[in-house]
Design a protein around this ligand. Structure first.
Ligand SMILES: [Zn+2]
Length: 100
């Protein structure tokens, strides 16, 4: 009988993998490489319907999935109680509530 890995364990493993991939992405000097790490992380998470933690979700563009580096390819502004990310790659804005 093949041993099935419980879903929870699978999710924990994938979450660790996703976190590691994001960490690796942050070390990359080449944005293309960083984006590749993000893509792998996204796909791994998608495969098992894992929700990417909020703090990691903000690290890439929701529209073009570029890894966002403030002052490099993204501008971060705080307006009222919202954080506004402006992706310089695809020229899209993303808004997040500050307190949530
Ligand atoms: Zn973008």
């Amino acid at each position: 009988m093949p041993k099935r890995i419980p879903k929870k364990v699978k999710q924990d493993i994938t979450l660790e993998k996703v976190k590691t991939l994001f960490k690796e992405a942050s070390k990359q000097k080449d944005p293309k490489l960083a984006n590749r790490y993000i893509n792998i992380a996204r796909k791994a998470a998608m495969k098992i319907n894992l929700r990417i933690p909020r703090e990691l979700k903000r690290r890439f563009c929701k529209n073009c999935y570029s890894y966002l580096v403030p002052s490099k390819n993204c501008r971060v502004r705080i307006h009222k109680n919202k954080v506004i990310y402006y992706c310089l790659d695809c020229k899209k804005y993303m808004r997040y509530m500050l307190k949530h």
